[in-house]
Write a protein that binds this ligand. Structure first.
Ligand SMILES: Cc1cc2nc3c(=O)[nH]c(=O)nc-3n(C[C@H](O)[C@H](O)[C@H](O)COP(=O)(O)OP(=O)(O)OC[C@H]3O[C@@H](n4cnc5c(N)ncnc54)[C@H](O)[C@@H]3O)c2cc1C
Length: 329
C-alpha cells in the first residue's frame, strides 16, 4: 500500500492488554445466536460525572453482548483528547468492539491523519468516517477547513490509504438535508462505499419505509455496493423532552404519526404522564426494530445518550433475553 502524508502507515496489530485483534471487521453478518445483532452509540462525556455515567452504561451493555459500540466525535474536536482516551479504554479494558466516529470538520488533512494515528495507537481499527456537523448548529453552513476535505468520500480514501482500518460511513434514509434530491444522495453514498467503506449506519428515522426505500435505491444504482450492510439507527424516545433531540438527530421533524402517539400518551391534563410517554416510546422503538428484523436489517444500532435501560427494554421486548436490572435510566 502507498505511504502518504507523514509516511506513517498503520498495520493490523493486537490491542493492548486484551489479546484480541482489533483489526477485525464488525461481526454483523452472522450472529452465533441466530438473532440479528445489535450495537449502541455513546457520546463523549463532558466531565467526570458524565464519564462515570458512561462507564455504568458501558458495563451494563457489556452483559448484553452488542456486536460493537460506537463513540461519536464532538463538533470540531472540542473533546478530542477525552474522546480518544475513552474510546481506547473501550478497546483495552472491556470486551466490547469500539468504532470511533471520525469527522472532518475543523481539521486539516494532517490533523486528521494524526487523529487516525492516535486512534490506531489506542487500539482502534474501526472508524465511522464522516464530514461532521458544523459546530453550534448541525444545520448551519458547512465550511471546509482550508487544508481539509470537502466530502466524507475523500476522508474514506485517506483512512484506507493509511493502513489496516475497517471503515463505515453515514447514510440518510430521507436524504441528507444538503443533497439536491434522493437520486444525488444515493449516488454520493455509493461513491463513499466504492471509496472503501464496508457498511453504512443510517441517520435516525421513524418510518421504516424510508429505510427500505434507501436500501432499494442503493441496490438499484449499484448492486455491488448495494450488497454492503446498511445498519439502521434507532432511538427509543423516553420523554417529550427527548423529542427535540431526536428531531435534531433526524435533521427533520418527527413523523406526525409518532408525535401523535407520544402526545396521546402524555394525556391532555396539565401534567405530562411521563411513564405513559416512556412506555409508548419504548413500544414505538420495539415495533420499528421488529419490522427491521423481519425485513432483513443486518444489525440494529441504538442511540443511547449514555444510558442502557431504554435499549435494554426494547431488546427484552424483542426476546433478546438481556439482563435488565439493575440499570441506569
Ligand atoms: C450514523 C451517523 C453518525 C454521525 N456521527 C457524527 C459525529 O460523531 N459527529 C458529528 O459531528 N456528526 C455526526 N454525524 C452527522 C454527519 O456528520 C452530518 O450529517 C454531515 O452533515 C454529513 O456527513 P457525511 O459524512 O454524510 O458527509 P458527506 O458524505 O460528505 O455529505 C455531505 C453533503 O455533501 C453531499 N455530497 C457528498 N459527496 C458529494 C459530491 N461528490 N459532490 C457534491 N455533493 C456531495 C451529500 O449529499 C451531503 O449533502 C453522524 C451522522 C450519522 C448518520
Amino acid at each position: 500500500m502507498t505511504k502518504i502524508g507523514s509516511g506513517r502507515q498503520y498495520c493490523g496489530e493486537t490491542a493492548r492488554g486484551t489479546g484480541h485483534s482489533v483489526a477485525r471487521s464488525l461481526p454483523i453478518h452472522a450472529a452465533a445466536s441466530g438473532r440479528v445483532p445489535f450495537s449502541v452509540e455513546f457520546n463523549p462525556p463532558r466531565d467526570g460525572a458524565g464519564e462515570a455515567r458512561l462507564w455504568r452504561a458501558v458495563r451494563e451493555f457489556e452483559r448484553m453482548h452488542p456486536a460493537f459500540v460506537s463513540m461519536t466525535y464532538g463538533a470540531g474536536g472540542s473533546t478530542k483528547d477525552r474522546t480518544v482516551r475513552i474510546t481506547g479504554e473501550l478497546a483495552t479494558e472491556t470486551t466490547l468492539l469500539p468504532v470511533a466516529h471520525l469527522t472532518a470538520v475543523g481539521h486539516s488533512i494532517d490533523e486528521l491523519r494524526a487523529l487516525v494515528g492516535s486512534y490506531a495507537d489506542a487500539g482502534i481499527r474501526n472508524l465511522l468516517v464522516l464530514r461532521g456537523d458544523p459546530p453550534g448548529d448541525p444545520l448551519g453552513e458547512w465550511t471546509r477547513h482550508p487544508e481539509g476535505v470537502e466530502f466524507a468520500e475523500e476522508l474514506v480514501r485517506i483512512v484506507r490509504d493509511l493502513g489496516d482500518f475497517h471503515v463505515g460511513v453515514a447514510s440518510f434514509p430521507q436524504g441528507h438535508h444538503r443533497s439536491p434530491d434522493l437520486d444525488h444522495d444515493t449516488r454520493f453514498l455509493a461513491a463513499k462505499l466504492r471509496a472503501g467503506a464496508e457498511y453504512s449506519i443510517t441517520q435516525m428515522f421513524f418510518d421504516v419505509e424510508h429505510y427500505l426505500r434507501l436500501r432499494d435505491r442503493v441496490v438499484a444504482l449499484d448492486p455491488v455496493e448495494g450488497a454492503k450492510p446498511i445498519i439502521p439507527e434507532l432511538m427509543p424516545i423516553t420523554s417529550l423532552r427527548t423529542v427535540e433531540r431526536a428531531e435534531e438527530l433526524c435533521g427533520r421533524p418527527l413523523s406526525p404519526v409518532v408525535l401523535e402517539r407520544l402526545r396521546r400518551a402524555a394525556g391532555s391534563g396539565p401534567v405530562e404522564d411521563k411513564a405513559a410517554v416512556r412506555a409508548e416510546g419504548i413500544q414505538i422503538a420495539t415495533e420499528m426494530a421488529q419490522r427491521l428484523i423481519d425485513e432483513g436489517a443486518p444489525c440494529l444500532h441504538f442511540i443511547t445518550l449514555n444510558f442502557a435501560k431504554a435499549t435494554s427494554e426494547v431488546l427484552t421486548n424483542l426476546g433478546y433475553g438481556v439482563t435488565a436490572a439493575p440499570l441506569s435510566a
